[in-house]
Structure formats: C-alpha cells, structure tokens
Design a protein around this ligand. Structure first.
Ligand code: COA
Length: 187
C-alpha cells in the first residue's frame, strides 16, 4: 500500500481556472510528481515535454478546461477535461477528465473538491457526459469516484476501469449524494 504523508495544510484552498500565467506552476507540479503518481496519472512515464502539457492545461477553450487548487498561492492540484479528438460538434458533448494532487497534499479532500468543481464547470459549458480511465490499482481515485456515488458508472476492462457519467443522471442528488466525508478541503 502507498505510504501517505499528509502535509499540514493550514490555509484555505482556492480553486480557480488555470491561466496562461500559471504555466510554470503547472509544469513544476508535474515535475514534482513521484513515479507512482505519474504512472497512475499517465498510465506510464510522465510526458517528456511537460512544458507542452503545461501550456495545453493553461489554455481554456471550447475543448479544454482546467482548474487549479492553490494553497497559500502554491498550485497543489489540477483537474482538467478535454474533448476527445475527432468528436463531432453535433454529437452528445462528452469530455475525458483527469486529476492530479501534489503528493504532499493528498488525502485532504483536495482531489474531491477539484472533481466537484470540474463537474460544475462541465455542466456550465453544456457538457453531457464525462469519462475517465482509471487503473484498477488506483484505489484512491476509485475511492474518490465511489465516494461521490458513481460506482454504478464504472466498468472494468482488464487492468483499467472506465468511468462513463451521464451528467443529467449522475448528479449528487440522484446518486444519493456524496458520502459523508471525514476530511474537508475547506480548511
Ligand atoms: C487520485 C488523487 C487525485 C486524489 O486526490 P486527493 O486529494 O488525495 O483525494 P481526496 O483527499 O479528496 O480523497 C482521497 C480519498 O481516497 C481514499 N483514500 C485515502 N487514502 C487511501 C488509501 N491508502 N487507499 C485507498 N483509499 C484511500 C479516501 O476515501 C479518501 O477520502 P477521505 O480522505 O475522505 O477518507 C490523488 O491521489 C493523485 O493525484 N493521485 C495520482 C494521480 C492520479 O491517480 N490521478 C487520477 C487519474 S484519473
């Protein structure tokens, strides 16, 4: 099992859209990821050109959305979605999302908070479906998903679980609401 070493977060967590000026912070967050977190996020080694990844995460348009979580001005987490390549404009708007939280700040509820805000942003942008690929060994991410009441939207395919959420149906109210959480990012 992963060793968890929570950092003592004393200030509040601010979540906002990433901007082009956040590019260096986004790159630094991804450079700080340990090998296991990188593997869970990218299903392998982290991308070689993190500056390109950072630039694309800081670009907000119809097909990209990224939120950052900041603690005392330091970027400690990113949640983003992108439209799949080749998705037709007239199809049901669907996006694929991913999350990462700085290892030092994990298990404080920041990932859960980012995911909630990303769902809100997707709804506000008229997105109808959100998907994600999660490795079966990624127990923490699967717990975050199950805590939201979304277990029914998970389908296992070999070593990966595919999450397919219908945002009209899979909201917190209809899913029974997120389970009561022991910790909160609102510190
Ligand atoms: C997955 C990830 C984003 C979660 O972020 P986080 O801020 O740690 O998540 P939270 O603190 O909101 O929730 C973690 C939950 O996982 C569960 N959890 C905590 N420790 C756990 C452990 N050792 N094993 C299993 N589940 C655990 C708990 O339910 C916890 O909720 P709780 O704190 O209310 O009890 C973060 O771990 C991460 O960046 N991982 C590496 C990248 C990755 O896997 N990204 C997902 C790809 S889609």
């Amino acid at each position: 099992m992963k060793t968890r070493t929570p950092h003592a977060v004393t200030t509040g967590v601010v979540v906002r859209s990433l901007r082009p000026t956040d590019r260096d912070d986004v790159q630094s967050l991804h450079e700080r990821m340990d090998q296991r977190d990188a593997y869970l996020r990218f299903f392998g080694a982290r991308p070689k050109h993190l500056e390109d990844l950072a630039e694309s995460l800081c670009r907000q348009d119809r097909t990209h959305c990224a939120l950052g979580a900041f603690v005392g001005g330091t970027l400690v987490g990113v949640a983003n979605y992108v439209s799949p390549v080749g998705q037709s404009d007239d199809g049901s708007p669907s996006v694929e999302f991913a999350l990462v939280v700085d290892h030092e700040y994990q298990s404080h509820g920041i990932g859960t908070m980012l995911l909630s805000r990303l769902v809100e942003a997707a709804r506000a942008h008229g997105i109808e479906r959100m998907t994600a690929e999660v490795l079966a060994q990624n127990t923490v991410m699967l717990e975050v998903i199950r805590d939201r009441g979304w277990a029914h939207a998970l389908r296992r395919e070999g070593t990966t679980l595919h999450l397919d959420l219908d945002l009209d149906l899979d909201d917190d109210a209809q899913a029974g609401g997120p389970s009561v959480r022991r910790r909160s990012a609102a510190m």
